[in-house]
Ligand binder design. Structure first.
Ligand SMILES: [Zn+2]
Ligand SMILES: [Zn+2]
Length: 77
């Protein structure tokens, strides 16, 4: 399973707190490996993959979840 960005433009949002990330680099590892990335904001798993190439993320702007303490869950609620 390769990493799948959540947005059509290739950026990725944390599924837990909607923090917005950009993939700044793709790194490779020799062994096909299961790995994950923790959200720097909410500390949940924001992406996971089993592949020899994996993304390196940079946070774009501020995390929406930091503003009012209420996390936005995908779409309208
Ligand atoms: Zn957050
Ligand atoms: Zn998060």
């Amino acid at each position: 399973m390769h990493f799948q960005a959540s947005e059509p433009d290739g950026t990725h949002r944390c599924p837990h707190c909607s923090a917005h990330y950009r993939v700044v680099a793709w790194l490779t590892t020799i062994a096909r490996d299961a790995d994950k990335e923790m959200c720097g904001c909410c500390n949940h798993i924001m992406a996971s993959w089993i592949a020899t190439s994996y993304p390196k993320f940079a946070l774009i702007g501020e995390c929406p979840g930091d503003k009012g303490g209420k996390f936005i869950k995908g779409g309208s609620a």
